[in-house]
Design a protein around this ligand. Structure first.
Ligand code: ADP
Ligand code: MG
Length: 234
């Protein structure tokens, strides 16, 4: 099986804050991975490091069994790690065309990607008329334009209503079913349980568990995590 991404002893300190602490895990092709942990546990920092937007303090990571440089590998990655900015007075299609032009990729697949995210019927609507869920789905379409090997999403359902959350989760499952590997950061255990086959559980930058979601047990660390999540939801 091809290893899409491998992290070895990755470490990141922001001054006194040890955001990522000796983190190692592998991502195999075709699976849906969650990075699960409460707010501040180092999920976004980890994604930032592998996407080359955050400098690591130490450790290594390699893409595609080390066959590609990070620069080359990132051409095969689709990622949404912040709310992307689209042009409000341009339509969905116009916004995606512009992204294709800027990235130097073909615009042939725009309609296909809009169908994937259930926005084909709104292709000619201005972005400013979109709900938050639709905006997030357009962002996912934009991240798929280069037919990525792996799609990386940082808390893609944050701020959405239950219907919007359900739709995004279904779309992630649909994308995964076509063979695209997925890496999803989330602070929600139920989201990871619903969407992911594999999980890396982190807390304060330290890995508590990695493996199959259905083999995750309430060992000490995970139990604490569950308690914290329940408290946060009160
Ligand atoms: P998560 O995405 O799991 O919520 P983050 O990776 O955003 O966690 O943050 C991990 C820790 O690193 C937190 O304590 C956060 O305050 C800190 N942190 C994140 N980004 C920065 C930064 N740019 N400068 C200083 N501290 C940061
Ligand atoms: Mg985060």
């Amino acid at each position: 099986m091809e290893t899409i991404l491998s992290l070895k002893n990755l470490d990141k300190k922001y001054g006194a804050v040890h955001a990522v602490n000796n983190l190692s895990f592998d991502i195999q092709k075709g699976n849906v991975y969650g990075i699960l942990g409460p707010n501040g546990s180092g999920k976004s920092t980890t994604l930032g490091i592998i996407l080359n937007v955050v400098n690591r303090t130490s450790g290594e990571f390699s893409w595609f069994d080390g066959k590609l440089s990070t620069h080359e590998a990132l051409k095969k990655v689709g990622a949404i790690i912040e709310r992307p900015n689209f042009y409000p007075y341009m339509t969905a299609v116009q916004n995606l065309k512009l992204i294709c032009t800027i990235k130097g990729i073909s615009s042939e697949k725009i309609d296909e990607k809009l169908k994937t995210v259930n926005l084909y019927d709104r292709r000619d609507s201005k972005f400013k008329t979109f709900s938050l869920g639709m905006k997030q789905r357009l962002a996912i379409a934009s991240a798929l334009l280069n037919d990525p090997e792996i799609l990386i999403l940082d808390e893609p359902t944050n701020g959405l209503d239950p219907q919007g959350i359900h739709e995004i989760r279904q779309i992630i499952q649909k994308i995964a079913s076509t063979g695209t590997t997925i890496l999803l950061a989330s602070h929600l255990l139920d989201e990871v349980e619903k969407v992911c086959s594999h999980v890396v559980v982190i807390r304060k930058g330290i890995k508590l568990y990695s493996g199959r979601v259905d083999e995750m047990t309430t060992s000490n660390g995970l139990f604490e995590l569950k308690v914290e999540e329940n408290e946060a939801n009160l």
